[in-house]
Ligand binder design. Sequence first.
Ligand code: HEC
Length: 149
Amino acid sequence: MKKLVVASILTATLTAGAAIAASHGADPIATRKNGMQGVGLAMGTLAAMAKGEAPFNEKSALSALKLMNYVAATFEQHFPEGSNSGGDTTAAPKIWEDMAGFKAAVAKLQTDTAAAIEAAPASAEALGPIMGSVGGNCKSCHESFRVKK
Ligand code: HEC
């Protein structure tokens, strides 16, 4: 019963995440933050299933990966000159100093999520390696390109 409740919350969360992530507004800071919020929710969904806190659901797993891949596909477009401050951003100045390095990190998230979609995880166990490959991107990019507040 508890698992069922968690599962329906996860589905609702993921749906909300997709809606937030897709809302490309005029404000680049809000747009990229919304995208990352979606990525965070997607990763939470996968983690819950990988740990057995929620029942594995093939469709949810694939949706979560696709959501992250979708955000990665356009993420770098939301860092125009002048969007390095304001809007409560935690984007580090290093993004604009090393745009090539930042774009490479975005491309890696895209490649790793694409590979995970291709692998089509069919069990909670299959999510383990994906948590490692896709999840590794979060820390490495945040450490280089995000400031702690
Ligand atoms: C290519 C770099 C990169 C990768 C990879 C990346 N992030 Fe981020 N993330 C950022 C940046 C830059 C910000 C800060 C955006 C801002 O505040 O303007 C951010 C912010 C966030 C936020 C805060 C959003 C907000 O509302 O302020 C969350 C949550 C987040 N990331 C989750 C994740 C997770 C989970 C992953 C791994 C699946 C991940 N990110 C991978 C660059 C990245």
